[in-house]
Design a protein around this ligand. Structure first.
Ligand code: GDP
Ligand code: MN
Length: 399
């Protein structure tokens, strides 16, 4: 689960980390009020969306030479004018995709005078099963580019959970950033604070880009992107309360109501599969035959007719879906239940794209019979290979 920058900064502040003073705003009037309260003389008006690259982003509705989604301004009037331009408009950044994201919230911050920009992030390193730090002097730009062109400028290390965070970790960060004296001390303190926040709150990722040194020699968290381990959210109701559903895929929210593991993707073939492993294999084989899956969907082992119906409706509601592949290996899941669910869903919402069904396992004959007697226009398949080829072919022919 992701949260907004201003929410992330509020959490880091609780742990003592240095952030600028700031106030969230939902309307131009609130932005103006926030600007008065902060006092100036420099403010930063920051679009709050769950995506990075806002500074260099472009608003769809504004002229191409208009400023981006993070603006440094020098008057209350300009705070309000920027708020008016940003709120309700669609910001497109390298992380949002072409569709962009509508800006519904702003964060008005006291502007900082920047001397240097660094990069610092923390994540769970799956190889070592530890919390890892990634640090670089090359802040303010895409870390992927730094990793590609100057990998030697990135320092990483992980923390042994048995000892926890130690002064040596702080010294490593200070050294990686070429900091000495008081700034090194500030970095060491920050590392401790960030580690505490990360582990207490079950974060999955914390990215500070940039971490800056201000003109008056202070280390400051200028941007913060945090995501949490969804499996641990139940332990943190205060984190769950920060969820902004307008930032999430509507189809994924609907799926979560029915306990379906659903992830929207960019392709054209909707998949309904039981079992995560089979779902992955199905996506792979669709790619092998030259098409792209529109989603990952695991209906689970003990799915009811209602869940199958809901799953099918979510798939068909996606306008990008040009064909559907149902691939069920009935173990605990019974093929006749799947057939019932698919038939019920089609009766409700209709079927405008080709549908290939491959059923195997428990009650397969009953399932096949239900479908063949339903009058549905279904292309039957014998195995996974056959099914993938058939749906890719049907979609190509329909196009
Ligand atoms: P992002 O583009 O989504 O990563 O948003 P950031 O919060 O990182 O802001 C983009 C850029 O705006 C930063 O890299 C800074 O260069 C600049 N910026 C952000 N806040 C301030 C500030 O307080 N003062 C100044 N001078 N620049 C800022
Ligand atoms: Mn940033």
């Amino acid at each position: 689960m992701n949260i907004h920058e201003y929410q992330a900064k509020a959490i880091l502040k609780e742990y003592g980390a240095p952030v600028s003073r700031g106030i969230p705003a939902f309307t131009p009037d609130e932005a103006e009020k926030a600007a008065h309260e902060l006092g100036g003389p420099v403010w930063v008006v920051k679009s709050q969306i769950h995506a990075g690259g806002r500074g260099k982003g472009k608003f769809k509705e504004l002229p191409a030479d208009a400023k981006g989604g993070v603006r440094v301004v020098k008057s209350v009037q300009d705070v309000k004018a920027s708020a008016q331009e940003m709120l309700g408009n669609t910001l497109v950044t390298i992380q949002t995709g072409e569709a962009g994201k509508q800006v519904n919230r702003l964060y008005i911050e006291e502007g900082a005078a920047i001397d240097k920009e660094f990069y610092l992030s923390m994540l769970i390193d799956r190889v070592t099963s530890r919390v890892a730090f990634v640090v670089s002097t090359e802040g303010g730009m895409d870390i992927e580019d730094v990793a590609h062109s100057t990998p030697e400028k990135i320092v990483t290390f992980s923390v042994d959970p048995a000892t926890g965070i130690q002064p040596l970790h702080g010294r490593k960060v200070a050294k990686a950033l070429n900091l000495s004296g008081d700034l090194a001390k500030q970095a060491e303190a920050l590392v401790k604070q960030l580690y505490a926040a990360f582990t207490d709150k079950d974060m999955a990722m914390l990215e500070i880009n940039p971490l800056v040194v201000t003109n008056d020699g202070k280390l400051k968290v200028l941007d913060a992107k945090v995501s949490f381990d969804s499996n641990a959210i139940y332990r943190h109701p205060e984190v769950a309360a920060l969820r902004d559903e307008t930032e999430e895929d509507a189809k994924e929210i609907e799926a979560s109501k029915y306990d379906l593991s659903y992830i929207a993707l960019d392709g054209s073939i909707g998949c309904m599969v039981n079992g995560a492993g089979l779902a992955m294999a199905t996506m792979d084989i669709i790619k092998l035959y030259g098409a792209e899956p529109a989603n990952f969907l695991d209906v689970g082992g003990g799915a009811t007719k209602e869940r199958v119906t809901a799953a099918f409706k979510i798939i068909t509601a996606d306008p990008a879906v040009k064909g559907i592949l149902v691939n069920i290996f009935g173990g605990i899941m019974r093929c006749d239940v799947i057939a019932d669910g698919v038939i019920a869903a089609v009766k409700e919402v209709g079927l405008k794209v080709p549908l290939v069904v491959r059923l195997e396992g428990t009650n397969v004959e009953a399932g096949k019979k239900l479908i063949s007697e339903s009058g549905l226009n279904v292309i039957a398949a014998d195995d996974l290979d056959d099914a993938a080829q058939k749906i890719v072919k049907a979609v190509k022919e329909a196009a």
